[in-house]
Write a protein that binds this ligand. Structure first.
Ligand code: DQA
Length: 147
């Protein structure tokens, strides 16, 4: 299976960004761990990060032909972007929504997610482990579909 991992806005700052909330691991560190996890799961993983909503929309569209599923942390666009919601619907591929922090336990403006209604599942509050769990869950989901 080919899985696309998309990290949204400000996630390039991980390690230096509010470490009390987001932890000390860098994005490069997370992506290295995901590459290792992919090898044990026998899947292909591609990790990308963008601060631009339109670029993320383009990558989700691209997944229609190029990937079997998406792990998406859309950052703050989670709470605002109908365009990302629509792109997920248009693409039709399974999406697992990930957040490092537990957004339900934070400010009320983080309580709405436009990704959740079109996601296969949501993992949040578990830090970088959430990405690995999402990869594992998506691989298991895709295995079920193809067997
Ligand atoms: C986040 C939570 C969002 O509310 C926030 O805007 C982020 C990161 C998380 O991973 O916890 O940028 O998606």
């Amino acid at each position: 299976h080919r899985i696309l991992v998309i990290h949204g806005p400000n996630l390039n700052m991980l390690g230096r960004r509010e470490p009390g909330i987001y932890g000390s691991q860098t994005l490069a560190g997370i992506d290295t761990d995901l590459a290792a996890a992919a090898r044990t799961l026998d899947i292909e993983v591609t990790c990308r990060q963008s601060n631009a909503e339109g670029e993320i929309v383009g990558w989700i569209q691209e997944a229609l032909d190029a990937f079997d599923g998406i792990v998406l942390n859309a950052g703050a666009y989670t709470h605002t972007s109908i365009a990302i919601h629509d792109a997920i619907r248009a693409c039709g591929k399974p999406v697992i929504e990930v957040h490092l922090s537990n957004t339900a336990a934070r400010e009320s403006f983080r309580h709405v997610s436009h990704v959740s209604p079109v996601a296969l599942g949501v993992i949040m509050g578990l830090g970088p482990l959430g990405y690995r769990l999402a990869l594992q869950a998506l691989a298991a989901h895709l295995d079920r579909g193809s067997s």
